[in-house]
Every structure is written in C-alpha cells, then in structure tokens.
Design a protein around this ligand. Structure first.
Ligand SMILES: Cc1cc2nc3c(=O)[nH]c(=O)nc-3n(C[C@H](O)[C@H](O)[C@H](O)COP(=O)(O)OP(=O)(O)OC[C@H]3O[C@@H](n4cnc5c(N)ncnc54)[C@H](O)[C@@H]3O)c2cc1C
Length: 475
C-alpha cells in the first residue's frame, strides 16, 4: 500500500467537505495551517503534510466525510491533540486529516451511576478538574494530561502515572459512539459495568490508533476521588539501587502505591536544575517518585512510612515527604517536565516505550547500558517503573554525524526490542505503534498473531481508509 493507491483531494472534493463541515472548518490551501497538522510530538523525521484538514462538529458530519472518502478512496487520519509519540496522527499518505478538536463537550457527569459521557476533544485534565467538584475521579493520568484529549487517550490506551494502582485508560472505557470505516454511526457498550453480549467491541476499539473507527462519544467509568494523598521523592547514588527498590516496595512492603516513577540521574538533574530546585546534584544517580492515596489518613501515612523505611534500608541518600497538594505537585512537575525537556534536547533521539514484567526491570536496565556501550550512545531512562514501563531514550552521540546516527538507529532499536522480547516484554506500553514501530512488530509477535489483526482491519475497512500505514502494513 502506498500513496498511489489513493485518489487525490481535488478542489471539487474540498467543496463537498465545506458543505459538510462549514467553510470555516476546512483548511485546504493555507500551508501554514496544514503544517500544524503534519506531525505529532515525536522528535525526528516523521512528519507528512495532509492535503486537506477538516474540523467536523458532529458524528453525522464525520459519517458523511467517511462515506465521501470511501467513494473517492482517500485516506483519513483522525487526530486529537497531536501529542502522540509514535506518529499515529501523522497523515503519512496525505489525504484528509480529521481533527476532533471542536468536539470538546463534557456531555454528562452522571454521579448516580459513577459515569461521565464526553466528546473525544475534551482535554484530559479539564475532565479531571470538572470531576473534582463532584468528588469523582478518572484514573487516567498521562504526563501530557494538560493538553492531550480523552479521544487520543482511548485510541492509544494511554497509561501514565497512576497505572500501578489504577491501571490504564481502557479499563475505564465502558462505551463508545463512533463512526465505522465505511461511514456508519454505531453505539458500542454503554453505562454497564458488566456486558458479555457478543464480542467486546469497545475494547477492540481501545488502543486501535484510529485504524478501526473514529470515536465521537466516550462513556467513562469514574471512581470516588481519593481524599488523602502523599508523595515521597527519594534520591539514590546509582540507578541500579533505585531501580531495584521500586518493585521491592510492593513485594516486601506488601503495598500497591498509586505511582512509582523512575528518573535516572541525567533526566532528573536536567529538569530539577532547570526548575531551580535545590538538591545534592553531585551525588544523584537516580530518583524515585512514589505516590500513595486513599480515604483514611493513618493508612496512607503508614504506607508512606513503609516506603520511606524500605528506601532508607536499601541505600537512599535522601527522601522528601510531601503531604499537601502544592508540595505533591512540585514533585510531579519535575517528572512531567522531563518529557518536554528531553524532546527539546535534540531532534536526534528516539523516545522508547518498552514494557517488561516487573521483576525483569533491573535486567532491562543493565541490558540497555550494554546496548548504549555497543553503539557508543547515551541511553537515558525514565519511566513508570512500578508497571514495568521504561522510556529509554537513545540520544545521538554529539561526536558523531547525523548520517551515522540514522544509519545505526534501526539496528540499535532492533537490539532494544529483541532484548525486551527476551525478557517477556514488548515494544510499547502506552505510546503505541503508529508508523514509528510498525516494522518491528514481528520481533514481538508471531505471524499468526499479526495476521489476525490484519484480517480484522481488512474486514472492517476493506478500502483501507482509516489511518493507513499505522500499526502494520497491509501488504
Ligand atoms: C510530554 C509528553 C508526555 C507524555 N506522557 C504520556 C504518558 O504518561 N502516558 C501516555 O500514555 N502517553 C503519554 N504521552 C503520549 C501522548 O500524550 C498520548 O499517546 C496521548 O494519549 C495522545 O493523545 P492525543 O490527544 O494527543 O492524540 P493524538 O496524538 O492526536 O492521536 C493519537 C492517536 O489517536 C488517534 N485518534 C485521535 N482521535 C481519535 C478519535 N476520535 N477516534 C479514533 N482515533 C483517534 C489518532 O489517529 C492517533 O493514532 C506523552 C506525550 C508527551 C508529548
């Protein structure tokens, strides 16, 4: 499959799109506007210009656009906030870029059923702020929550800082309204905690990266909001000691924190210094950020005390307890900002998203060091260590050329992914495959497994209209 399989977006088609969405919501010949939709937040060479951008406001409008695209065989790339890190929202074959940014209503907070119904363009953090007033809570907490959309979170099955205790986005998605790849509007699931009426289509759509349908409404299961939170920032002299402590808190401490975030010395020191925080930087080789929450202060405080004790016994050099929201957010600000700072650090890097079983994390870290030595590149690591999800970030060696970096990158990534698979892990825990990782899928799954997914895609989207060139190639 390549661009020549698709028809062009002609001025006549643009006129039809304007009739569907309204003139103001179709961008065609304004290169500056189109450019904004040509990439996501993945550093490197992964952008591609769309031929036209449409901003529909309703599900029926989207259905009409999808029908038109099938008639003319034009690819459609759905887009939420464009904060993805695998090129998922990049229109690799041009065609129609369909942004859901106008569909940003919180339709209902149903506190009798502990559910919310939202449109896909709602900013994740905005939903959280509204739920706070009801004493309710959506457990999703990607580090990009201030700008990513709930629709993008569902399409990527986003994880984040609270997954150790609460799991990932998909566990809270009970229903979807969406437009199928051939332009029908369907309702999947509903406000039901239990539902075994046929195949679980909702969870097939979760994590489908815009390839199987376009969500137009999302039904989310809510939880009562924890009323007590505490956080502990712990500093270590070396990464090996820190990385071993994370899982130990759960296995020896017999407790499940809300969060266990790992930051190596490079990433922690870079961002904490930039934020003008004062720490003993010359001694810091790694840091862990724990959060515990609940509704009963003595129980939460006891968990925090257990974590501090285990860290001290295992060689922490300093630990800091935060008990107010402001103090807790101060710690999280460091963790959240690292992703931004590292993206700005150099365009010649690869933000990886490997995930391994918890007990294999120390092995994964030492293998990453060996791979870094083999290719003579630094591989800083941070991540959601409590759920085995490590963001290893190979960086171009400043002493070597960009050409050399581009030449070694595929082999370096193959080594990282192969090592991950050997530990029982896989190549993406939360950022998705997009078009960045699609050529590496066979390293972690069998041909039969890949064929099952291809058959599903072909059955639902015979014209390969929705987000072609993502997750896997069809031929
Ligand atoms: C600084 C930073 C920190 C991050 N931290 C995290 C983190 O902690 N955890 C995490 O999981 N991710 C993280 N990410 C990655 C990213 O924010 C997530 O993948 C997020 O879920 C993407 O949401 P989005 O709204 O930006 O989606 P986009 O990037 O716009 O799209 C993502 C995918 O969803 C599809 N899509 C969008 N809307 C729809 C729709 N309505 N229907 C069907 N498909 C659709 C697109 O086609 C694309 O494949 C981070 C990114 C950055 C830049």
């Amino acid at each position: 499959m390549n661009a020549s399989n698709y028809g062009p977006v002609t001025p006549g088609i643009v006129e039809e799109l304007k009739k569907i969405c309204g003139e103001a919501f179709v961008y065609f010949d304004d290169q500056k506007k189109l450019e904004k939709y040509s990439r996501d937040k993945m550093p490197g060479r992964y952008g591609h210009m769309p031929e036209v951008v449409v901003l529909p406001g309703t599900a029926p409008e989207i259905a009409q656009i999808v029908k038109l695209a099938n008639r003319e065989i034009i690819p459609i790339t759905p887009r939420a906030a464009g904060s993805g890190l695998s090129g998922g929202a990049v229109p690799v074959y041009g065609g129609i870029l369909l942004s859901v940014e106008r569909m940003n209503d919180i339709i209902e907070v149903d506190d009798k059923n502990l559910m919310a119904v939202v449109e896909p363009g709602v900013v994740t953090n905005k939903l959280d702020k509204v739920l706070q007033k009801y004493g309710l809570f959506f457990a999703g907490y990607p580090m990009s929550e201030e700008f990513c959309f709930v629709g993008g979170n569902v399409a990527e099955n986003a994880g984040g800082g609270r997954a150790v205790k609460y799991g990932v986005t998909g566990q809270y998605i009970l229903g979807l309204e969406g437009v199928t790849p051939d332009g029908e509007i369907v309702q999947l699931g509903g406000k039901r905690i239990k539902d075994v009426t046929g195949y679980n289509m909702v969870q097939l759509m979760v994590g489908s990266e815009g390839t199987l349908g376009i969500f137009t409404r999302i039904i989310i299961k809510l939880l009562p909001r924890p009323t007590v939170r505490q956080a502990i920032l712990v500093l270590f002299e070396d990464p090996e000691t820190a990385i071993a402590v994370g899982p130990e808190v759960m296995t020896s401490g017999r407790l499940v924190p809300t969060s266990i975030e790992y930051m190596d010395g490079f990433t922690f020191n870079m961002t904490a210094r930039a934020l003008k925080e004062s720490f003993p930087y010359e001694r810091i080789g790694a840091a862990l950020l724990f959060e515990v929450d609940g509704t009963h202060l003595p129980a939460v405080a006891e968990d925090a005390a257990t974590i501090r004790r285990i860290c001290r016994e295992r060689g922490a050099i300093a630990e800091y307890l935060a008990t107010t929201d402001a103090e807790i957010e101060r710690f999280w600000r460091i963790r959240k900002r690292i992703a931004w700072d590292i993206i700005q650090y150099t365009p010649h890097q690869s933000i990886e998203d490997i995930v391994v079983p918890m007990a294999s994390i120390p092995r994964a870290l030492s293998n990453l060091n060996k791979i870094g030595e083999k290719y003579d590149v630094a591989i800083p690591v941070l991540g959601h260590v409590g759920d085995g999800n490590l963001h290893a970030i190979p960086l171009k060696n400043p002493d070597s050329s960009v050409e050399h970096w581009q030449e070694i990158l595929p082999a370096l990534l193959t080594d990282i992914y192969t090592m991950t698979a050997e530990l029982g892990g896989t190549i993406s825990g939360e950022h998705g495959i997009g078009h960045k990782r699609k050529d590496f899928m066979s390293l972690v799954m069998s041909q039969a497994h890949l064929d099952m997914m291809r058959k599903i895609k072909r059955a639902l989207d015979p014209n390969n209209i929705l987000n072609p060139g993502k997750v896997f190639n069809l031929d």
